[in-house]
Design a protein around this ligand. Sequence first.
Ligand code: ADP
Length: 311
Amino acid sequence: MNQLHCQQNAEYYPERGKMAAPFLETGMIIGLKRSFQVEKMVGGGGFGQIYRAVDLESKLVVAVKVEPKSTDPGRIVLELNILVQLAHSSHIPKVYYSGETGAFNFIIMQLLGSNIAELRKFQKTRSFSVETTARVGIQCLEGLKQIHTLGYIHRDIKPSNICAGIGEHKRILYIVDFGMARRIRLPDGSFRPERPYASFRGTSRYVSLAAHERKETGFVDDIWCLFFSLLELVEGLPWKNIADQDQVCFAKRQLLANFQSRKMGRNFEMFPQILEHTKRTDIPDYERLSGILKSCCVSFNDLEEFEWDDH
Ligand code: ADP
């Protein structure tokens, strides 16, 4: 993090999400060695807020992710660290700068478009086509492979953490929010020891059965999150209105006991079967899983524009 540079007095608002009171004001300037002018809030998560801003020197439009220092400063530092290590990955936003202002830490990064949870809701059918779903899956598998190769698991893969690119990157999807990531493999290739009990991390609707059971998770568990996300995008999840975690877990077991997909077809049935046979410390077969997604499509073209019009 760069040195403190406070242009305005920022206050900490305890509310969460995009509806929370803004941490930063429109027009304020942040940054020390480089200056960025805040324009408007474009996203809000469980901890932070995302703003569109302009780099006053290069005029590049950027995103600012800001988190109150009073939450857990380790989160944004971890996120920054991972983003820097993933600087050359095609499905992770580029990081340009970081710093602090008043009560907040911030990261300046590549500005993205809407997340695919929002984009799905804008569709007339509230769902994506098989082709779009397969493209989302294949691009996310590439992104996850890049993250996993570094030894990290994301632990909160879900539609609202997958954003479409903008401008020349509008056919590319990006994985965001590394605040819950964990390093499970060390640079020497060894795995961190398995804990007998792992506290719950992630979002109940999408996590793997292992996460529900408070077991140590691995690379494959990110792909389970992706699997449930894809199912939601293409045809919805039976547990969408269930809040109780145990009931969600039960509904997932029921679904997997006889998994069939109305829209994706028979080939998609192999996807969870492969995951079931992938152990926590196994490297998932990303290519085979991508091949399954491709085989679900009548025609697959990753170069076309996506079916959504960004809002
Ligand atoms: P939190 O860590 O607080 O949960 P996230 O990183 O998940 O926050 O971001 C919240 C939302 O902001 C995301 O769902 C996404 O829609 C949006 N967002 C995240 N990163 C960017 C970005 N670089 N550009 C544009 N929007 C983004």
